[in-house]
Write a protein that binds this ligand. Structure first.
Ligand SMILES: NC(=O)C1=CN([C@@H]2O[C@H](COP(=O)(O)OP(=O)(O)OC[C@H]3O[C@@H](n4cnc5c(N)ncnc54)[C@H](O)[C@@H]3O)[C@@H](O)[C@H]2O)C=CC1
Ligand SMILES: NCC(=O)COP(=O)(O)O
Length: 350
C-alpha cells in the first residue's frame, strides 16, 4: 500500500480549519500532496461551512474546496450549533480530541504513516474531560511510547540553515522545572535527539549545544547550583559515552541563541550547532518563535510514526477572520512528507 498522511483538523473554534484549507490550496504544497496523498480527519460539514463563509466574505481568498479533498468524516452531533468561533469550549475540545484519536487509531492500523495536527486548545480538552498536557502526550500514550520528545524544526528562508530545538521539559509550571530536570531525563532526551538526527536528518556526527539553567550557567554556583551539582558532570559523562558527537555546554542561556540567530539571518559565517537542547519550554520557544514563528514545526520524536504540527496555537482572537497565516502549517505538511519518505528509505536499507 502507498504512503499516506493524515491531517487532524484541530479545534474547530480556532484557525485550524482555515489554515488546513489555505495550506492545501497552495500550489507548492499541492505538488507534494500529489506525491503523497492526504486525508483530512475531522468534520466534513464544518470544513465546508468554513470554506463557504470565508469565500462569501472574501471572494479573493485562496482556499482548497473541501469537495476536492479526501475527508475522513468524524461526525459530532450538533457540532455546528455548539461551536462558537473564537471561543474554545467543551464541544470544540471534544471534537478536536476525537479527530486526533481517530487519526492515531487509523495510523496505528497502518492506514497512515504520519499525522499533521492542526492546533488544539488544552483548556478546551480539559473542559471536555480530556486531561492531557497536550497532543504530544495523547500520541505517546496511544502508541505506547515511553520515550518521546518535543522537537521544533525550522528552515531559514534567508540562509536555508535548519534550526532544531529539543525541549527537555515541556508543559509544566516553571517552578517545577529544577525538580523535574535530572541526569536520567536529559540522557533520555539526548538519546532521542541523537537517534532522530541520524534517522530523520542523516546527521551521524552532530554538534549539539546544551543550555544551562541559571543566568550565566550559575556563575560557578553563585547564581544557582544545578550546573555545579550535576549538569557539568552529566555532560562530561555524555562526552565519554558519545565520542563521535560534539557536545557543548552548559552554555549560558542568554548567549546560547546568538549563533543560531546569526546562522538564521545570515550576514556572518558562524559555526552553529545541528541541534539545541533547551531545558524548559520558554527557554527554547522564545528564541524559536522570535526567529521562526511563521514557519517552525513542532515534531514529536520517539513515536512509531511521524507527527508534525505548526508552532502556533488556535489563535482564537483571529478565528474566522480569514487572515491566519498558513506558512507554518504548510511547513508541517512538508516536513511530515519528508520524514515519512526518509524513514521508509532507512527501513529499506535496514
Ligand atoms: N500545536 C498546537 O496544538 C498548539 C496549541 N496551542 C494552544 O493554543 C491556544 C492559544 O495559545 P496562544 O498562546 O494564544 O498562542 P497562539 O499561537 O494561538 O496565538 C498567539 C498570537 O499569534 C497570533 N497567531 C497565531 N497563529 C497565527 C497564524 N497562523 N497567523 C497569524 N497570526 C497567528 C494570534 O492571533 C495571537 O495574537 C492555547 O490553548 C495553547 O495551548 C499553542 C501552541 C501550539
Ligand atoms: N508549545 C507547544 C505546544 O503547545 C504544542 O503542544 P502539543 O499539543 O503538540 O503537545
Amino acid at each position: 500500500m502507498g504512503q499516506r498522511v493524515a491531517i487532524a483538523l484541530g479545534d474547530p473554534a480556532g484557525i485550524g480549519p482555515e489554515v488546513v484549507l489555505k495550506a492545501l490550496a497552495d500550489p507548492t504544497v499541492g505538488q507534494t500532496v500529489g506525491q503523497m496523498p492526504m486525508t483530512v480527519v475531522g468534520s466534513r460539514s464544518l470544513l465546508q461551512q468554513t470554506y463557504e463563509d470565508l469565500v462569501a466574505r472574501m471572494p479573493d481568498i485562496v482556499l482548497a474546496n473541501p469537495k476536492d479533498l479526501t475527508v475522513l468524516d468524524v461526525p459530532h452531533p450538533n457540532l455546528e450549533q455548539a461551536i462558537q468561533l473564537g471561543v474554545g469550549n467543551a464541544a470544540s475540545g471534544d471534537a478536536s480530541f476525537r479527530y486526533l484519536q481517530t487519526a492515531i487509531d487509523r495510523t496505528l492500523a497502518g492506514e497512515f504513516q504520519g499525522i499533521v495536527t492542526a492546533p488544539i486548545a488544552k483548556s478546551a480538552w480539559k473542559a471536555a474531560g480530556h486531561v492531557y498536557p497536550g497532543q504530544t502526550e495523547l500520541l505517546a500514550e496511544k502508541s505506547g511510547s515511553q520515550r518521546f520528545g518535543m522537537l521544533f524544526v525550522a528552515r531559514s528562508p534567508h540562509t536555508a540553515w535548519t534550526l532544531r530545538t529539543l525541549l527537555a521539559t515541556t508543559h509544566i509550571p516553571l517552578r517545577s522545572v529544577p525538580d523535574v530536570l535530572s541526569p536520567a531525563l536529559l540522557t533520555l532526551k539526548l538519546d532521542l535527539l541523537i537517534e532522530c538526527l541520524h534517522q530523520d536528518f542523516g546527521i551521524t556526527h552532530p554538534r549539539i549545544a546544551v543550555a544551562g539553567l541559571n543566568p550565566h550557567s550559575g556563575e560557578q554556583g553563585q547564581l544557582g547550583h544545578e550546573e555545579q551539582d550535576w549538569l557539568i558532570a552529566w555532560l562530561n559523562d555524555m562526552r565519554d559515552r558519545f565520542p563521535q558527537i560534539t557536545l557543548e555546554g552548559p552554555i549560558p542561556p542568554d548567549t546560547l541563541w546568538v549563533k543560531p540567530a546569526q546562522a538564521w539571518f545570515g550576514g556572518q559565517t558562524v559555526q552553529a550547532h545541528d541541534a539545541y537542547l533547551a531545558l524548559y519550554h520558554d527557554q527554547g520557544l522564545i528564541p524559536v518563535k522570535l526567529m521562526a514563528f511563521d514557519r517552525a514545526v513542532n515534531t514529536t520524536i520517539g513515536l512509531p510514526f511521524v507527527r508534525t504540527s505548526p508552532d502556533h496555537g488556535t489563535a482564537f482572537d483571529i478565528a474566522g477572520k480569514g487572515i491566519a497565516d498558513a506558512t507554518s502549517f504548510q511547513a508541517a505538511i512538508q516536513l511530515a512528507i519528508e520524514l515519512v519518505q526518509q524513514r521508509s528509505l532507512v527501513n529499506l536499507i535496514d
